[in-house]
Write a protein that binds this ligand. Sequence first.
Ligand code: PPS
Length: 282
Amino acid sequence: MGFPADCFESGLGYQAQAGDNFIVTYPKCGTTWTQHIVWMLQQNGQPLPVGKDINREIPHLEQVGSEFVAALPAPRFIKTHLPHALTPYHPEAKYIYIARNPFDCVVSFYYHTQGFVKHYDFAEGTFADFFECFINGEVDFGDYFEHLVPWYACKDNANVLFLTYEDMVENTQRAVIEMAKFLGTQYSKQLKKLDVLNNILHHTSFAQMSQKQSRWSSKRPNYAAPFIRKGKVGDWQNHFSQEQAMRLVDKFRVYSAQTNIEKLWPGLLDDVEKKYGEFCWQ
Ligand code: PPS
């Protein structure tokens, strides 16, 4: 992933504190979008100024290390992709977890891995190559399902707000309001001013964020493709073979049998099977 090893290691040792707010995701599930929403909630609806890097404002724990995060003014807002067992915990810290369906996640992750040319040496990698890594859990931050399942189990905890990327796309306003309420009255009362809510919805829309991405930061010198790429639900259908679709359905069903994670995306697995169901195992 290209993070300094000492920062990664020190990030693992960060002691969460009362009042910390974590944005927790498996990669490519809506982290950057959520960072911008939360940042604007903190700033009375003002967007991130040109030249500022959201990953300095709401830093990625594993990238910057614990000292950087500990030195942030409270209340801290922190991004992490760490799995549940490694995420710094404090009962009075808050955790916003965003889940995205694994079909679109792997596609987004593929373009990410292909795009960071110096970090991954995968510029020539195909989707088929990446799919094998993903389904075997051999990608940054490990297995998708192993990340999702323990957080899903905590979804009703008072200090966890569990949302899906798909819900955010379907009704962004509802998601913004839920985030604000969860973070506390100082944030939710901002939304009573209509222009604050409208500003957040406008500036964090896919159109705005994709248009502005190169102006915010350009601390992504090794990234060869747009980071805010397509922002769609269902793009996987343009990438998956029948065999890949059914293998991911099978893996999903194994995890779902124990946990009901299938309920996060009602009808998804049935739809995939309907579309690709004639696939016959050899
Ligand atoms: S990372 O690298 O893990 O931080 O990536 P992350 O930000 O979690 O995920 C990137 C995907 O989120 C999409 N995105 C958005 N979708 C809708 N609306 C907005 N505003 C938005 N901002 C980012 C981004 O395009 C990536 O998804 P794909 O499918 O690749 O387009």
